[in-house]
Design a protein around this ligand. Structure first.
Ligand code: PMV
Length: 324
């Protein structure tokens, strides 16, 4: 009972920040994302009587992660199995890139685990299950440009594809300004913001219009407009984070350096827009025409430690190339 799966990380384009149910990870708002081909995780899961306990090795290091064991428990309960599992997971991007990879990690774990147990789940069911590990992981199941719909309950809250990875001429320069782990987790951060930021209710009111604009830009394949809307939403979400009590300032000096540089490149006709999730690193979204110039210019900024150019990534998929 062994299976291996690969999934891409994704960036929020219209971001999810706030939950109505912490245990089920039901988000307050719909969100739209783009998978990143350059940020992939491969995971092998084997359930067997040979294992007395669950084990998890991440990038070659034995790791204790209660969220992984909790997710295995959830899958075992669906499959009526009591077998323990060996899990090995490897990120196909440098650990120093500073990406926590919970989206790619839980999407790959879900697909590999569900396949190993023979659960026979549909894409929507896999997405729902991945959501229980990490909200954004649900969007890495369909891949491409995906929308996580905030339904009223578990059954109605899963992601579906809005556009395939090659439908838009969209590129992302993944810019690392520091590999420091974030001090406040997304889970804790979104709770604090929803409870304390006076701007959060305004965000909830503004989101339906932004989501409609993003769906329309994706349907019309307007890559630059998609990138622009994602920057607008980034600033809105971070305004809510910064005005939380205590304030959540995820940005580092290098983050601001990149934001300013991207705006000045735009004044010179190099089209790029920033997108920042809950951390200091920056996604610079653009089209294939400007991607090379942006990559080169961003690499030369003093505060930037690493730059990766990515196309949009595809859906989570199984593979026979097992890690053990
Ligand atoms: O998947 P989580 O629970 O780590 O939440 C991630 C939320 C953001 O990345 C900040 C935004 C988003 O929509 O991906």
């Amino acid at each position: 009972m062994k299976a291996t799966a690969e999934a891409c990380a994704n960036q929020g384009l219209i971001k999810y920040w706030g939950k109505t149910d912490e245990k089920l990870r039901l988000p307050t708002n719909d969100s739209i994302s783009c998978c990143l081909e350059a940020l992939r995780t491969r995971t092998t899961v084997e359930f067997s009587e040979r294992y007395a306990t669950d084990s998890f090795v991440l990038n070659g290091t034995p790791t204790q992660d209660p969220r992984v064991v909790g997710h295995l428990d959830l899958m075992r309960s669906l499959g009526g199995s009591r077998l323990k599992a060996r899990v090995e997971s490897r990120n196909g991007f440098p650990a120093s890139a500073g990406y926590a990879s919970s989206a790619s990690g839980f999407a790959a774990l879900t697909l590999a685990g569900a396949t190993a147990l023979g659960l026979g789940l549909s894409e929507a069911e896999l997405s729902r299950l991945a959501r229980r590990g990490s909200g954004s992981a649900s969007r890495s199941i369909p891949g491409g440009f995906a929308e996580l719909v905030a339904g009223a309950d578990d059954a109605h809250t899963f992601a579906r594809g809005l556009a395939g990875p090659d439908d838009l001429d969209f590129r992302t320069v993944v810019v690392t300004v520091g590999a420091e782990a974030k001090k406040v987790s997304s889970r804790e951060g979104m709770r604090i913001t929803a409870e304390t930021s006076p701007l959060f209710p305004a965000r909830i009111g503004y989101l339906p219009g932004m989501l409609a604009a993003m769906r329309s830009a994706l349907a019309k394949k307007e890559a630059a407009r998609v990138a622009h809307l994602a920057e607008t939403d980034t600033m809105n979400m971070h305004a809510c984070m910064i005005t939380s009590e205590p304030p959540l300032l995820y940005w580092a000096p290098g983050t601001i350096e990149v934001i300013r540089a991207v705006a000045s490149f735009r004044d010179e006709g190099v089209v790029g827009y920033v997108s920042i999730d809950a951390g200091q690193n920056v996604f610079v979204n653009t089209t294939s025409r400007h991607a090379g110039t942006l990559e080169e210019r961003l690499r030369s900024l003093p505060g930037v430690s690493q730059v990766l150019l990515s196309r949009p990534g595809g859906p989570a998929r199984t593979t026979d190339e097992h890690l053990f």
